[in-house]
Write a protein that binds this ligand. Structure first.
Ligand SMILES: CC(C)(COP(=O)(O)OP(=O)(O)OC[C@H]1O[C@@H](n2cnc3c(N)ncnc32)[C@H](O)[C@@H]1OP(=O)(O)O)[C@@H](O)C(=O)NCCC(=O)NCCS
Length: 178
C-alpha cells in the first residue's frame, strides 16, 4: 500500500502535505482554540511550522505504513489527519485537527469516516482507536458520529505544560461494521 494515498469525500480531498502548505497550516495551528485540544502549543515560530511539515514530507518516501494527510477544501489545507498503524495488532491510532473557521460543518466527521473505511477496507486493519482530552467533547462527538464507541477513560494520560489531562478513549472494530 502506498503511503498516504489521495482519498476523496463529498466535500474534501485528503492527500499529502507539501512545503507549499506551511503558511496556511501555520495560520490555523497558531490558534489558541485549535491547540486547546492538542498536545501542540500555539504561536510557534515560522521556522518551527516549516520544520514540522518538512519532517512529515520527508517520511512519505522513507517510512513504512505512513499516513499523514492534509485535509483540503477547494485545494486549501484546512486540517490534518494522521493514522499510526501497528501491524502486529492490526490496529491504528488516529488524530486530527481542523482550522477554527471550518468547525461545525461536519468536515471532520466526513474526513474521519473516509479514513476509517480506508483503514479497514484497504489496509485490512481490525481496530481503529483515538482519544481526546476530557475537556474537548466535540472530538468525542466526531468519533461517535464516525461509528466509534466510547471505551472508557484514561486518567491523567497526558501532561501538557505541567497540567495532567484525563483522556476519553474511543475505538471501532471491523466486526462493529457488519
Ligand atoms: C474537534 C474538531 C476536530 C471537530 O471538527 P468539526 O469538523 O467541527 O466536527 P463536526 O462538525 O464533524 O462535528 C462536531 C460535533 O461536535 C459537537 N460539538 C461541538 N462543540 C461541542 C461541545 N462543546 N460539546 C459537545 N459537542 C460539541 C457539534 O455539535 C457536532 O455534533 P453534531 O453534528 O451532533 O451537532 C475541531 O473542532 C478541531 O479540530 N478542534 C481543534 C483540534 C482538536 O481538538 N483535535 C482533536 C484532538 S483529539
Amino acid at each position: 500500500m502506498e503511503n498516504t494515498p489521495r482519498l476523496v469525500t463529498k466535500r474534501l480531498v485528503l492527500d499529502r502535505l507539501t512545503m507549499a502548505d506551511v503558511s496556511q497550516v501555520a495560520r490555523w495551528l497558531s490558534s489558541d482554540a485549535v491547540c486547546r485540544g492538542l498536545l501542540l502549543l500555539p504561536h510557534r515560530s515560522p521556522e518551527e511550522y516549516a520544520e514540522m511539515i518538512r519532517r512529515v514530507v520527508e517520511q512519505y518516501d522513507t517510512a513504512e505504513d505512513y499516513f499523514q494527510w492534509a485535509i483540503r477544501e477547494n485545494g486549501v489545507c484546512i486540517g490534518r489527519m494522521s493514522l499510526v498503524v501497528n501491524r502486529r495488532h492490526q490496529s491504528g491510532m488516529m488524530a486530527y485537527s481542523l482550522a477554527e473557521s471550518a468547525w461545525g460543518k461536519g468536515y471532520m466527521t466526513e474526513a474521519l469516516t473516509r479514513v476509517i473505511d480506508f483503514a479497514f477496507d484497504e489496509l485490512g486493519l481490525n481496530r481503529i482507536e483515538g482519544d481526546h482530552f476530557v475537556e474537548n467533547p466535540a472530538s468525542g462527538r466526531v468519533m461517535e458520529k464516525s461509528g466509534m464507541k466510547k471505551e472508557g477513560y484514561a486518567r491523567q494520560k497526558y501532561c501538557k505544560e505541567g497540567v495532567f489531562h484525563d483522556a476519553v478513549l474511543y475505538a471501532v472494530l471491523k466486526s462493529d461494521r457488519t
